[in-house]
Write a protein that binds this ligand. Structure first.
Ligand code: SAH
Length: 252
C-alpha cells in the first residue's frame, strides 16, 4: 500500500474511532435514538410516556459493566438473577396505564427502579415493591440519589399489594403471574388500569380496566418475564431461577 493510501486509511479509521467514542460518551443521544427507533417506530404515541423515556437516564439503572448496552433493544441483567426490561416493553406498559399526571401508581417488581423512575417522570406518585432485599435496597438508594422523591420503595411480597395506601389509580406488575393476584384487583380504583404479564411458559401482556366490580380485559401480545415468585402467602424469598430465559422481551 502506498504511503498516501496508508495515511488516508489511518485518517478514516481515526475518524471512525472518534465517532464511536462520541456515541459511547453521549447517553442523551443514545437515549434519543432509543426512543425514536425502538419506541416511536413501533407505534407508541403517548406523549407523556415518550417524554419520560427521553428523560430517565437508563444507563444509571444498569450495572456499570452493562452501561454501554443501556440503550440497546433488549433486557439486561441487574443482579440476583433478575433483569431490567427491554425499553420498548417499559414504554408499552407505561403507555397502557393512560397516565395524565398526578396518579397514584403501584408497581410490583422494583428491580433496578428504572420502571418506577419512568412512572415518576410521567407525573405519577409511585409505590413500588421488590421481594429481593438487596435489589430493594439498591433501588431505594439509587432513586434517592437521582432525586426521584415521588417514589417509595418497599421490600416485601408484592402479591399482597400495598393495602395501607390503596386504592391506586393504576397498577403495573413487572413479573409474570399465573393469574392476576386478587389483592391487586381489589386495590385498583374504579376506572383504573392494571397492566400485568399473565402465564407461565407462555405469557401475554394484559390490561385490565376496572368497572365497578367488573374488569374489562384487553390482551396485548406475547411476552417473556421473570416469574412473580412467592405466591399469595409465602414468607421467604425463593431462589432466583430461570437462568435460561430471556425475560421481559416480546416474542416477535
Ligand atoms: N421493573 C424492573 C424490572 C423487573 S424484573 C426494572 O425496571 O428494573 C422483575 C422483578 O420482580 C425482579 O426484581 C424480582 O425480584 C421481582 N419480584 C418477583 N416476584 C416478586 C414479588 N412477589 N413481589 C415483589 N417483587 C417480586
Amino acid at each position: 500500500m502506498a504511503d498516501r493510501e496508508r495515511a488516508l486509511l489511518l485518517l478514516v479509521l481515526a475518524a471512525a474511532c472518534r465517532a464511536a467514542a462520541r456515541e459511547a460518551e453521549d447517553p442523551a443521544r443514545a437515549r434519543e435514538r432509543m426512543v425514536h427507533e425502538q419506541i416511536e417506530a413501533r407505534g407508541v404515541t403517548d406523549a407523556r410516556t415518550l417524554a419520560a423515556m427521553r428523560a430517565v437516564e437508563r444507563h444509571r439503572f444498569v450495572p456499570p459493566e452493562q452501561a454501554d448496552l443501556a440503550y440497546a433493544d433488549h433486557p439486561l441483567p441487574i443482579g440476583a438473577g433478575q433483569t431490567i426490561s427491554q425499553p420498548y416493553i417499559v414504554a408499552v406498559m407505561t403507555a397502557a396505564l393512560g397516565l395524565r399526571g398526578g396518579e397514584k401508581v403501584l408497581e410490583i417488581g422494583t428491580g433496578s427502579g428504572y420502571q418506577a423512575a419512568v412512572l415518576a417522570a410521567a407525573g405519577a406518585k409511585v409505590y413500588t415493591i421488590e421481594i429481593v432485599p438487596t435489589l430493594a435496597e439498591e433501588a431505594r438508594a439509587r432513586l434517592a440519589r437521582l432525586g426521584y422523591r415521588a417514589v417509595q420503595v418497599r421490600q416485601g411480597n408484592g402479591w399482597k399489594g400495598w393495602p395501607e395506601d390503596a386504592p391506586f389509580d393504576a397498577i403495573l406488575v413487572t413479573a409474570a403471574a399465573p393469574e392476576v393476584p386478587e389483592p391487586l384487583r381489589r386495590q385498583l380504583r374504579d376506572g383504573g388500569r392494571l397492566v400485568i404479564p399473565v402465564g407461565d411458559a407462555d405469557q401475554e401482556l394484559r390490561v385490565l380496566t376496572r368497572q365497578g366490580d367488573a374488569y374489562h380485559e384487553q390482551r396485548l401480545f406475547p411476552v417473556r418475564f421473570v416469574p412473580l415468585v412467592g405466591g399469595p402467602s409465602a414468607r421467604t424469598v425463593p431462589e432466583p431461577s430461570h437462568p435460561g430465559r430471556s425475560p421481559a422481551s416480546p416474542i416477535p
